[in-house]
Design a protein around this ligand. Structure first.
Ligand code: SAM
Length: 246
């Protein structure tokens, strides 16, 4: 019968594609992907050729019924993203939801994922974590997103672009306080780097050094047990108290 396979692909180092993932791609009838140029490069490395179907944020609603129809007719379809694990800040969740609702078979070929790799290298607690994906690009919206999760006793994982790293660290520092954190860059690649320090230390470093190159994951530790409220939280409380006194 037909099947959808969610196939994790490398996040930089081609050696990280699992043997089972490679065999699944070879055995599939077609591969749904985001950017066909990137997927073609991976398939060339594996020495295979497959029909590619594009499935990305802008055509997903239109493509979903077509993919479901293929699987219903007995085809084996692989879903890959440009890098890492599909559905993790990448397309695919609605496809899985609909296929599952229709009783179609869905499986996964697990593998690399930048947020999990960054977390385990961060040296921060791994027992409870919250993945936030990309925060809003605008500072005010980003701060209110962070306020929503500031009190959670969990490590936080988020993606950021290199040009926005310094302003992001400054917002994190202001809203979450000076927690231990890590900036993970270029994971699995030649210039892999994990810089660990408090948010203030990281902010000072990247303010001095300028934005680093490459792809970035930020990990922040849970609130410090004995830390008081952050300066912003105190400001808020003070403003509210003053308003109440008027
Ligand atoms: N689905 C992917 C995964 O499982 O890793 C994540 C896709 S998301 C659209 C892309 C973001 O992941 C990048 O902007 C970057 O923040 C992070 N990322 C991907 N590859 C990375 C790497 N090699 N090193 C550090 N961060 C990476």
């Amino acid at each position: 019968g037909g099947e959808l396979g969610l196939v994790a692909t490398p996040i930089g180092n081609l050696g990280d594609l699992s043997q089972r993932a490679a065999e699944y791609l070879k055995a599939s009838d077609a591969i749904a992907c985001e950017d066909s140029r990137i997927t073609i490069r991976l398939l060339q490395h594996l020495g295979i050729k497959k029909p590619l179907l594009s499935y990305h944020d802008h055509n997903a609603d239109e493509m979903r019924p077509k993919l479901i129809d293929r699987v219903t007719r007995g085809e084996k379809i692989a879903l890959v993203s440009d890098a890492g694990t599909p559905l993790i800040s990448d397309p695919g969740f609605k496809l899985v939801r609909e296929m599952a609702a229709q009783g179609l078979r869905v499986t996964a070929l697990p593998g690399p994922s930048a947020p999990v790799m960054a977390l385990i290298l961060s040296g921060l607690p791994t027992d409870r974590f919250l993945f936030l994906g990309f925060l809003d690009a605008k500072s005010a919206a980003r701060r209110s997103e962070l306020e929503e999760v500031a009190a959670l006793r969990a490590s936080l994982i988020l993606f950021e672009t290199a040009p926005r790293l310094v302003t992001a660290l400054s917002d994190l520092r202001a809203v979450l306080g000076d927690r231990p954190a890590a900036v993970a860059r270029e994971l699995t690649k030649m210039f892999e780097e994990v810089r660990r320090g408090s948010l203030q230390e990281l902010l000072d470093h990247y303010t001095q050094a300028g934005p680093p190159k490459g792809e970035i994951v930020i990990v922040i530790g849970p609130p410090l047990a004995d830390a008081g409220p952050s300066a912003d939280t105190l400001d808020d409380a003070l403003r509210k108290a003053l308003r109440a006194m008027r």
